[in-house]
Write a protein that binds this ligand. Structure first.
Ligand code: AMP
Ligand code: MG
Length: 486
């Protein structure tokens, strides 16, 4: 276990120099207060959990102090936003403080979000508000606990510094951890500015640091694109299987590591609705829940375009064709597990699609459906769930097929229950739960956000006394308007 002063930095990205990032110092927030900390994220840096109690902790993560071996820098990138190319993006309000090497030899980027203006701030103030910082913190740590690849969050600090959005809000900072902060948009920037030498340098850095296995391949860049595509297909399969709606799948928000990245107006589905749009500003539904699959494919095409100086177009096209089959196989596998099937059968996909259609038609709560279906025996579980469906005939027919399918597997009811509960969360991050915790935190009461974080970091376990977090949402809680402005 280490103290804060014992962290070791090895700033590989900073060493790439000024073509890729610009030196910027964090601008501190007034009267910093620590809102919430993730002990699991501290462990990634080998930090002793007691370090969070030290005044230095809040000082470091609100921009007041910085390690002498950190090298804070703003990265440059561009990207496609809602389908249009924006040539100039970059870290407008976050800084890569440096890369910490842990005892396992892993590099973890420390990225301080809300750290003030940078050369890439455009019209923005370089700040983040408490509301959005808490939302990103809760989601990243919860996704990780669900087994879904994600950037991580170490802590949120709040302050008395006012930040103006639709109303004055509290300025805050989030310390994000990820093994890389390189996005699809990084490659697009160097491609569209015709800096092909820099593009190659970026590729070599990313391969060396994060895709070492691709270097063994006779065509490393080709292998790299395929690997990114596979990881992205897996990630999207998880999102779709668990009802996660990202909300702003611009290419600058797509991690090259295939992890969930840059949280804005995201939501987990309450009622199952394939056409759900979580971003209040997404008028056309470009990033609706069901569109996440074709959009991920579209984003991979944007990345492929940026790789055309080094990989043949024909090869990129062939690789692109692997996306949908890969995604579908992964998604079906996850759904099969959610339904409690240990083996695959030919009709499984039809069985999954039928129940989703029934859920869609009756606006059935997505998370509780699978958790309650985990109850034993299956016959009893479906009898209870039947109450939620309007099309009883349709549901009864499905339930009969489901029970027969379950019986054919012949697993012990208790074993089936345990297997299903291990993949079907009891607790999910619902927008209204986040909202309640945020409202308390804005008034200076951090107990609710800490409790919510604790519950959501063990989403599959029964937690006595925490039933209120597992309930179906109230009607008002399903219709919160969340937009990009954060
Ligand atoms: P996002 O919507 O958070 O993914 O941000 C898109 C782009 O806008 C990125 O380049 C951000 O750095 C930049 N940005 C977002 N909010 C701000 C802000 N308040 N100040 C400066 N830049 C910002
Ligand atoms: Mg972003």
């Amino acid at each position: 276990m280490k103290s804060l002063t014992q962290l070791t930095f090895d700033n590989r990205f900073a060493r790439l120099g000024d073509t890729f990032s610009t030196e910027v110092s964090p601008q501190p927030l007034n009267d910093p207060r620590l809102v919430v900390v993730s002990e699991a994220a501290m462990a990634l840096l080998d930090l002793d959990p007691a370090e969070a109690e030290q005044p230095l902790f809040a000082e470091l993560f609100s921009g007041h102090k910085i390690w002498s071996t950190a090298e804070p820098r703003a990265m440059v990138y561009s990207g496609h936003q809602f389908g249009s190319y924006n040539p100039q993006l970059g870290d407008g309000r976050g800084l890569l403080l440096g890369e910490v090497v842990n005892e396992a030899g892993e590099h973890w980027d420390l990225h301080l979000k809300g750290a003030g203006k940078t050369p890439y701030s455009r019209m923005g103030d370089g700040r983040a508000v408490l509301r959005s910082s808490i939302r990103e913190f809760l989601a990243s740590e919860h996704l990780h606990a669900l087994g879904i690849p994600s950037s991580r969050a170490l802590c949120v600090t709040s302050s008395s510094t006012p930040v103006y959005r639709e109303r004055p809000e509290r300025g805050a900072m989030l310390l994000r951890l990820a093994q890389s902060h390189v996005r699809f948009g990084h490659f697009e920037f160097f491609y569209y500015t015709r800096q092909h030498d820099a593009l190659r340098e970026l590729l070599d850095h990313v391969l060396g640091a994060h895709f070492a296995e691709c270097l063994e391949h006779p065509e490393p860049y080709r292998a790299f694109f395929r690997e990114v595509l596979e990881r992205t297909a897996t990630l999207i399969a998880y999102w779709q299987a668990y009802g996660f709606c990202h909300g702003v799948m611009n290419t600058d928000n797509m991690s090259i590591l295939g992890i969930t990245f840059d949280f804005g107006p995201y939501a987990f589905l309450d009622d199952f609705d394939a056409r759900f749009i979580c971003n209040h500003s997404d008028d056309t539904g470009r990033y609706s829940f069901e569109n996440q699959v074709p959009i991920a494919h579209w984003n991979l095409a944007a990345l492929a375009q940026a790789l055309t100086p080094f990989v043949e177009v024909k090869v990129l096209r062939e690789t692109m064709e692997l996306f949908l089959p890969l995604y579908e196989a992964e998604w079906l596998d996850l759904m099969r597990r959610r339904l409690g099937f240990a083996q695959a059968e030919a009709d499984d996909e039809a069985l999954v699609r039928r129940v989703l259609q029934l859920m869609q038609a009756s606006a059935v709560d997505y998370t509780t459906f699978f958790r309650e279906l985990s109850e034993s025996p299956a016959e009893q579980a479906v009898r209870r769930l039947r109450e939620d469906f309007v099309d009883l005939q349709g549901f009864d027919a499905w339930a009969a097929d489901y029970c027969a399918r379950t019986a054919r597997e012949g697993s012990e009811p208790a074993e089936r229950q345990a297997r299903m509960q291990a993949v079907n969360p009891k607790y999910i991050l619902r927008n209204y739960l986040a909202q309640q915790a945020i409202e308390a935190a804005e008034k200076g009461d951090y107990a609710p956000v800490r409790e919510l974080h604790a519950v959501l970091s063990r989403p599959f376990e029964e937690q006595p006394g925490m039933q209120r977090y597992a309930e179906r949402p109230p009607e008002w809680g399903k219709h919160l308007k969340i937009s990009c402005s954060s």
